[in-house]
Write a protein that binds this ligand. Structure first.
Ligand SMILES: [Zn+2]
Length: 80
């Protein structure tokens, strides 16, 4: 009976270790939770940290720009 508890305890410890390792390895793709992550301005091709970028939702997709000026230009370019 004691052995069963030890085995169960080991399984729980292993499960927790694997779970924390998976968390460290990778976030789900597409998740932009880090404001220091670099994003590219599709208008002038400049890279800026997401925290300081200007987000704009154009055509159902969110783009990040270095300035609202670029966002306006890009939107105008897309709409023709
Ligand atoms: Zn720009």
């Amino acid at each position: 009976m004691l052995r069963l508890f030890i085995v169960a305890g080991l399984l729980i410890v292993m499960y927790l270790l694997v779970r924390s390792a998976i968390r460290q390895w990778g976030r789900p793709p597409g998740e932009l939770s880090d404001p220091r992550q670099m994003v590219q301005d599709p208008m002038c091709r400049v890279f800026i940290p997401r925290g300081t970028a200007v987000p704009a939702r154009i055509g159902g997709q969110t783009y990040y720009f270095c300035s609202s000026d670029c966002a306006t230009k890009f939107e105008r370019q897309l709409s023709g």
